[in-house]
Design a binder for this molecule. Structure first.
Ligand SMILES: [Zn+2]
Length: 401
């Protein structure tokens, strides 16, 4: 339906005709198309779903129009493109589509029926929509959009002023925390990665269109699925512990050090960083903890946490340095030193009111975003400016350990 709408508008544009409205397309692409043999199957789907697809296509065009007029923030957008068929499929039912969760626990989907559901948790409130996804391995998942009480996940504040940590994400250890505590890289990162490579090699050797290729594809999809779930569970566990034990968490924004590594790019490990930060921010905010992202240009590994001179290991070579000695005589473990610097910079940002997420009193300091757990992607342009952070040196002579 989305592609039909895009095709109809492309055609109208080429013929110099005015932009066809959703109402016009609804009549031509749904009502009339249903009577043709090629599109008769549209009658098997709830009409609300088809309308939804038309609305999505219309919104994509509106965004494109405001973008070319220069009224839309962000990069220029191209016109909507055809959606490509993938091995994953999904369908979204909004309230208009009249889906229902029945008293017997089944999910009633219009034109589909009453589906048996293995509930992973109870719904906290009436859902406003449900998306049913069929994964490439043939499993079905239903995810619901629900409204939750803002204070539902608040934790009791920790009285101990020392209950806070910097988090230095890295290669050798997943993260280095306060006092040299580490979150080790789990063994499954490497194990599953090797498994995936192997499955991908097998797939590459199978002839296109063969039955064996289809089997090999499902094999690859299964490993991907396993990676996704294992990584997600592991991250949730780490995030829960960190937020439970710390009143304030200071992290370095995903930086060059972790990601621009060429051959390592896109490893499970790197993908885990992104997910870890998104979930940590969200969980910390909801729990009423302080969460601060230190500027990505802050030289956390180069600064001596004792004297403040910026003369430590840097760049790609710096990755190999485990410990170093500053001109002042201090000997540093690279990662522990970085943690101290991140924590100190984070505290400084809070003191100056420059932290961009929830502050210690649990109030959102971002204007216009009340009560929403952070979405770092969205917030990227609201980061504190790099001036200041890059040159700032910690107070000399003070060691926070
Ligand atoms: Zn020094």
């Amino acid at each position: 339906m989305f592609n039909d709408a895009v095709a109809a508008r492309k055609q109208a544009h080429e013929q110099g005709l005015p932009y066809p409205t959703t109402a016009v397309l609804s009549k031509a692409l749904i009502t009339e198309a249903k009577r043709t043999p090629e599109r008769a199957w549209l009658a098997e789907v709830s009409a609300a779903i088809l309308q939804q697809a038309l609305a999505d296509a219309d919104r994509a065009y509106r965004n494109f129009f405001t973008s070319i007029k220069g009224k839309r923030a962000g990069a220029r957008m191209g016109p909507p493109r055809f959606k490509r068929r993938t091995h994953a499929q999904s369908i979204r039912f909004t309230r208009n589509a009249k889906f229902r969760v029945l008293d017997n626990g089944r999910l009633r989907l219009p034109k589909i029926g009453d589906m048996r559901v293995a509930w992973s948790r109870e719904l906290p409130s009436a859902p406003s929509s449900v998306t049913v996804v069929k994964t490439p391995t043939g499993k079905y998942y239903a995810s619901f959009v629900v409204a939750v009480d803002d204070g539902a996940d608040l934790l009791e504040p920790l009285a101990d002023p020392e209950a806070e940590t910097g988090i230095d994400l890295g290669l050798k250890d997943f993260a280095v925390l306060r006092g040299g505590k580490v979150i080790e890289n789990p063994k499954f990162f490497g194990k599953l990665e090797r498994k995936l490579k192997k499955a991908q090699r097998v797939l590459a050797r199978k002839a296109k269109g063969s039955v064996n290729r289809a089997k090999a594809r499902i094999r690859v999809a299964k490993v991907h699925e396993k990676i996704k779930h294992t990584r997600s569970d592991w991250i949730d566990k780490q995030v829960k512990t960190l937020v439970g034990e710390n009143q304030a968490l200071y992290v370095e924004d995903l930086n060059v050090k972790g990601l621009a590594r060429g051959r390592h790019a896109k490893s499970i490990h790197d993908a885990a960083f992104g997910m870890f930060l998104v979930r940590l921010e969200s969980k910390a905010s909801r729990a009423g903890r302080t969460f601060v992202k230190v500027d990505r240009f802050f030289p956390s590994t180069m600064l001596c946490s004792l004297c403040g001179v910026s003369d430590g290991p840097s760049g790609v070579q710096g990755l190999r340095v485990r410990s170093w000695m500053c001109g002042c005589g201090a000997v540093h473990d690279r990662d522990q030193n970085a943690e101290i610097n991140i924590r100190r910079e984070g505290k400084r940002m809070v003191a100056e009111g420059r932290s961009d997420t929830l502050n210690a009193s649990g109030q959102d300091v971002r204007p216009g975003r009340p009560g929403r757990p952070g979405n770092p992607r969205e917030g990227q342009n609201e980061e504190p400016t790099r001036s200041g952070a890059a040159q700032a040196a910690p107070e000399p002579g003070i060691a926070v350990l």
